[in-house]
Design a binder for this molecule. Structure first.
Ligand code: MG
Ligand code: ZN
Length: 222
């Protein structure tokens, strides 16, 4: 049993070195970059599609899609107008920095303004693997219930912005927005919470503004 901790530390350290390399490469190109995490079915790929469509003409997006199998999500991102790369993780339930580094080598980094990494749908281990992106985004959705911050504290503590998707369903399901917000505040007091609906388009402008701020900041820093 005592051998387990060193092995985990070794994996994490190797990942952190590769994440630092990704971070340096992204910074060199003045790129904003987001690691988008959520449970399966929260609406990550639909958000990617809406974001690509909403920012077309203003900014160019590159998308890295992580899934265990298939290229369905990368195909959707490409159809929406992004340059996209699919990573199939095989059996792994999260992306790691090495996989993202391989994807970066396939993207025209000089021609894009924002890199969107859609992680594998999972609220647990993606929180432990730094990918080298400059921001982490967690997406929750109304049908999952208002107790998610209480059940997945690590995920909610380590992120820069929280998207609450499918708010158009609040009248139809039992979801207490105040309870949800209290759970978030207890873990991450200053976290920006953006309620939205990819279905109706409500709240998407605020999300686009948040992204535009990150893009301008990344440009100014390079
Ligand atoms: Mg997806
Ligand atoms: Zn995993």
């Amino acid at each position: 049993m005592t051998r387990r901790v060193p092995v985990v530390e070794k994996i994490t350290k190797a990942n952190d070195r590769l994440a630092d390399a990704n971070r340096a490469l992204l910074a060199q190109h003045g790129l904003a970059s987001l690691n988008l995490m959520s449970s399966p079915g929260a609406g990550k790929t639909t958000l990617v599609e809406k974001t690509v469509a909403g920012l077309t003409g203003r900014y160019r997006l590159g998308v890295v899609e992580g899934d265990m199998v298939t290229s369905l999500d990368a195909d959707r991102a490409a159809a929406a107008g992004a340059v996209s790369v699919q990573i199939n993780t095989g059996g792994s339930c999260h992306l790691d920095a090495g996989m993202v580094g391989d994807a970066l080598a396939q993207l025209p980094l000089g021609e894009i303004d924002l890199l969107f990494v859609e992680n594998v749908g999972n609220l647990i281990c993606p929180a432990s693997f730094d990918l080298g992106t400059e921001a982490k985004v967690v997406m929750a959705s109304v049908p999952e219930g208002d107790d998610k911050p209480f059940k997945y504290p690590t995920m909610y503590r380590g992120v820069d912005v929280l998207l609450l998707n499918k708010v158009d369903l609040i009248p139809h399901v039992s979801f207490d927005l105040d309870r949800f917000r209290q759970g978030v505040e207890a873990l991450n007091e200053d976290l920006t919470v953006l309620p939205l609906s990819c279905q109706t388009g409500e709240g998407l402008e605020a999300w686009f503004d948040w992204i535009a701020g990150r893009i301008e900041r990344a440009r100014a820093a390079s």
